[in-house]
Design a protein around this ligand. Structure first.
Ligand code: FAD
Length: 318
């Protein structure tokens, strides 16, 4: 079923998750052991992230060697495996960066054959590696172009224009939104303009970047509505579980960690950080649930236990 259908049919806030593929050479059974825990929380759908190739430099006896490696392949295979093993809908993330339009079309054809009906269309982060584009091929630069490509296929329009009897696909497309604005955007208004372009191109819902102050989400939703963006806006949340995240989260995701939370974590013993993270997320969830948000989307790492504690504390009967 499509994400938009789940959202439309839901009588109350849904809980969904996002997982990352294992490192190249990793064991899918480890991922299954995480999903075994997650399904107890009855998610209507699970997102699986996608990762483009990156550049690495390696010291060798003959000097520094540049290596190009796609660390976490397997998004489509994992989505199919989850659907097959657990009969849960999946949302593979698709990226512009690192993929030609032709590769994207092939990926969409595979997803269509697998009966996967949802995709989250993203530009992807700058991986410091710009894949050379083979002669005659093209790439989507911004997420809006990727949305357009998917919607074109939904209308039976493939890249090869004279395909005979091209069957339309039927994907539900989601896109990313940034309550604290995307880091490259000069201001929130400009970012909202481009977000609106993605919706006008046919995206049906938005999932937000994580935030630790609900005020950012509520303000973002208000501004989106003022802009004329009417689609559901799903808040993305993350549980802080270590002191080091006070540095890595702002660096990687360009978001604020509030004073109160920072001070509490800095003053605590490292074994107590998970308690603080769970308590903080609990307060965020309570307020979001009271405001009837369409779903709460959790960014998951490998450890599901803090999330289980949070859901139990919320007493959210699943
Ligand atoms: P876009 O919508 O293309 O926007 C990127 C920037 O360009 C913004 O500043 C926007 O304002 C601006 N912009 C947009 N269109 C135009 C235009 N036509 N002209 C000029 N400027 C424009 N990354 C991954 O690599 N893999 C993942 O699986 C992944 N999952 C994610 C899931 C969620 C819910 C979120 C919020 C992010 C995720 N990301 C992922 C990160 C994402 O790829 C990065 O944040 C990326 O930098 C921007 O992606 P986007 O789709 O929002 O880009």
């Amino acid at each position: 079923m499509k994400v938009i259908e789940y959202l439309e049919k839901a009588k109350r806030t849904l809980i969904s998750f996002e997982i990352i593929p294992p490192l190249r050479g990793g064991d899918i059974n480890q991922l299954f052991s995480v999903i075994d825990e997650l399904i107890k929380l009855k998610p209507p759908f699970i997102d699986v992230t996608s990762h483009a190739a990156e550049v690495y430099y390696e010291e060798t006896p003959t000097g520094i060697r540049k290596k190009i490696k796609r660390k976490r392949p397997g998004t489509i295979g994992i989505c199919a495996a989850i659907k097959n093993k657990y009969n849960i809908d999946t949302v593979p993330h698709l990226l512009c960066r690192g993929f030609t339009k032709e590769e994207t079309e092939d990926a969409l054809i595979e997803l269509n054959y697998l009966g996967i009906e949802n995709v989250l269309a993203l530009r992807g982060d700058d991986t410091s590696y710009k894949k050379p584009i083979p002669l005659g091929k093209t790439c989507n630069e911004y997420a809006v172009e990727l949305v357009q490509q998917i919607i074109n296929m939904n209308n039976g329009k493939y890249l090869e224009e004279d395909l005979l009897d091209a069957k339309p696909t039927d994907f539900c497309v989601g896109v990313a939104g940034y309550p604290e604005k995307h880091f490259e955007s000069p201001n929130l208004k400009t970012d909202l303009f481009y977000l609106n372009e993605k919706i006008k191109a046919g995206a049906e819902y938005i999932v937000t970047q994580m935030f630790f102050k609900n005020e950012h989400y509520f303000n973002f939703v208000k501004k989106c509505r003022e802009f004329g963006i009417k689609v559901p806006i799903i808040p993305g949340l993350k549980l802080i579980t270590s002191k080091s995240q006070l540095k890595t989260i702002p660096k990687e995701f360009h978001i604020e960690i509030p004073d109160e939370l920072t001070e509490e974590i800095l003053a605590s013993k490292k074994e107590n950080v998970i308690d603080i993270g769970v308590e903080w997320a609990y307060k965020q969830c309570e307020e979001l649930l009271n405001n009837n948000v369409p779903a709460i989307h959790f960014y998951i790492l490998q450890n599901v236990e803090p999330l289980r504690r949070l859901i139990k504390k919320l007493n959210y009967n699943i």
